[in-house]
Write a protein that binds this ligand. Structure first.
Ligand code: HEC
Length: 222
């Protein structure tokens, strides 16, 4: 989901930028008739791309929550400024405004690429956490783990809680305290698949990914 969203966002922004570049070139080259024709024929393209850009970007921003770096907020504000300026500049065929729009758009593109407001990669890359690619990857990985743990918890509460208890310590049928278990992840996966004694085998009850998710979730009990 997050990967798809990031790709869609980059795609939409790139399309927006290319379309803007194309229109600016036509305007600067005084191809006003062609520009008007394109603008009337494709008049929904900018609003649609604008909305998609904000929707996908907004979603990605929401993944960061309070941890969103400043440059992302600045980017959002610039985008909110660019959209109306862009619309007005082509409507009024104002070359200066069109160039400003284009420059601002390239700037936010650049800000995204390096992940900082002063365009210096310097330290941010050295610590290797603040470049947007890494931020995005981290968000994606954190998101995937969170999804997995969520599934794991659901499976645990539905299947395992009755014997092991919510916190893993219930010990029904002499089941061991899961918070004390020394089994590693792959041993737990194997155990859950095969079961033992009173504990049922889940091989045919749960999917492979549900088993892995619940095995991972057991670490959360510790
Ligand atoms: C019907 C009761 C029951 C249910 C339901 C159950 N277990 Fe168990 N579980 C046991 C018992 C009893 C043992 C100990 C079996 C033995 O050692 O022979 C055990 C052992 C384990 C162990 C091994 C711990 C160790 O360190 O030895 C793990 C891991 C485990 N269960 C996970 C789960 C998970 C995950 C689920 C749900 C998908 C689950 N169990 C559902 C009863 C249950």
């Amino acid at each position: 989901m997050e990967i798809g969203m990031l790709h869609s966002h980059v795609l939409v922004v790139t399309l927006f930028l290319l379309f803007l570049l194309f229109k600016t070139i036509l305007l600067l080259a005084n191809k006003k008739e062609l520009l008007t024709k394109i603008r009337t024929k494709l008049k929904m393209v900018d609003p649609i791309l604008g909305v998609l850009m904000l929707a996908t970007g907004g979603y990605l921003l929401s993944l960061y929550g309070a941890a969103a770096p400043t440059y992302l907020w600045v980017k959002l504000i610039i985008v909110l400024i660019i959209i109306p300026i862009g619309i007005v500049s082509f409507k009024k065929e104002n070359k200066a405004m069109a160039i400003i729009t284009l420059i601002l758009t390239f700037c936010i593109y650049g800000v995204s690429e390096v992940g900082s407001l002063n365009f210096s990669k310097g330290e941010t890359v050295a610590v290797n956490t603040e470049s947007p690619a890494n931020d995005a990857q981290e968000v994606i990985i954190d998101g995937a783990i969170a999804d997995l743990l969520k599934t794991g918890k659901e499976v645990y509460l539905a299947e395992c809680k009755k014997c092991h208890g919510k916190g893993g310590k219930k010990g029904l049928f002499k089941s061991p305290d899961l918070t004390e278990s020394k089994l590693n992840l792959s041993e737990r996966v194997a155990w859950i698949k095969k079961g033992q004694g009173v504990m049922p085998a889940y091989e045919n009850e749960l999917s492979e990914s549900e088993i892995e998710a619940v095995a991972l979730y057991l670490d959360e009990l510790k």
